[in-house]
Ligand binder design. Structure first.
Ligand code: ZN
Length: 321
């Protein structure tokens, strides 16, 4: 055997041993990660769906939320990393009604078809409000959906979405049915209590419409009988024009309504302009109150607490008695 042959055999052995060791390591990593993640992997698009999924799924779900908390959702766009994060999911929950239209447009078509996933548009069977809002600004040119997408703001609407989430989780993981069912009943009860509180507290009011920065409260207005007038409309991504502001100030003066609603997620410097203008022109003090869009925990409040605060502030603005 020449020195060269010996070297070859030696090298081949080293390579073979390396391959064997690498395979063993790879196998044990795979085996341990299978054990670790026997939780159901769920991808949600934004906060309320995450909150509901967590309330129902508890210890047996691992949730990945695509839109970060407290980010404007209408013009958010996913990146390649979001497609990768969705690839692994056992269940995908999205709102639908165009709130997270990129799920159907960009993410779902990009996923591999080899994995078995349950994909649920949680508003699919709900009775939605037609979005017939007149845009206050015409320079708006992106697409608006046919329906008002803001279902999660209403306890009555979102309870139906939550029931669909519950049914899906129980079907995918029937082993823990009792656990999920108990948690679902608890959540269902909280939504029902909120719906009743909204109905009772807003049954008698001295005013019947409110001025909001973004028209996201249609499902509340529809169910509890008031009217929302939006400054920047349904898509909420732009500043209102000077003309819009002037018209709004005239309406407030005419209707003698001195409350404006804002959400902390949106920039609202124009709200101060309106507030100052109306105060100067009428001598009346104008109140600025919060109506949360519930796109993340904020002001130390979680989803249901924000729903309760919205009710408190609506009672004030509508003059409930
Ligand atoms: Zn919105």
């Amino acid at each position: 055997m020449s020195m060269n042959q010996k070297q070859k055999i030696f090298l081949t052995s080293i390579i073979l041993i390396t391959i064997i060791i690498t395979s063993i390591i790879a196998y044990s990593i795979t085996a341990s990660s299978i054990q670790k993640s026997d939780k159901i992997k769920i991808v949600t698009t934004f906060y309320p769906l995450t909150y509901i999924t967590q309330q129902i799924g508890g210890d047996y779900v691992e949730i990945t939320q695509l839109i970060p908390n407290n980010v404007e959702i209408h013009n958010w766009e996913p990146s390649v990393s979001h497609i990768r994060a969705t690839e692994d999911a056992d269940i995908i929950f999205y709102n639908g009604a165009e709130a997270d239209h990129w799920m159907e447009d960009e993410i779902l078509p990009a996923l591999s078809t080899s994995k078995n996933r349950t994909i649920v548009e949680t508003t699919d069977d709900l009775t939605l409000i037609i979005n017939n809002e007149q845009e206050p600004d015409n320079e708006h040119d992106h697409d608006h959906g046919l329906y008002d997408p803001h279902t999660w703001i209403s306890p009555y609407m979102v309870k139906q979405q939550a029931e669909i989430i519950y049914n899906t989780i129980v079907t995918v993981d029937s082993q823990h049915e009792e656990y999920y069912t108990q948690r679902w009943h608890n959540l269902e009860q909280q939504f029902e209590q909120l719906d009743t509180a909204y109905k009772n507290s807003l049954a008698r009011t001295s005013k019947h419409s409110i001025f909001v920065s973004h028209s996201a409260f249609g499902y509340l207005a529809n169910r509890y009988n008031f009217i929302q007038q939006g400054v920047i409309g349904m898509s909420a991504d732009e500043q209102p024009s000077a003309l819009t502001i002037v018209k709004l100030i005239e309406e407030m003066k005419k209707d003698k309504k001195y409350v404006l609603y804002v959400d902390p997620v949106y920039s609202s410097s124009y709200i101060q302009t309106i507030q100052t203008e109306v105060q100067t022109q009428t001598g009346q003090s104008v109140m600025v109150l919060k109506l949360y869009l519930m796109l993340g925990p904020i002001d130390g409040l979680d989803y249901l607490e924000q729903m309760q605060t919205n009710l408190d502030n609506l009672q004030t603005g509508l003059g409930a008695y």
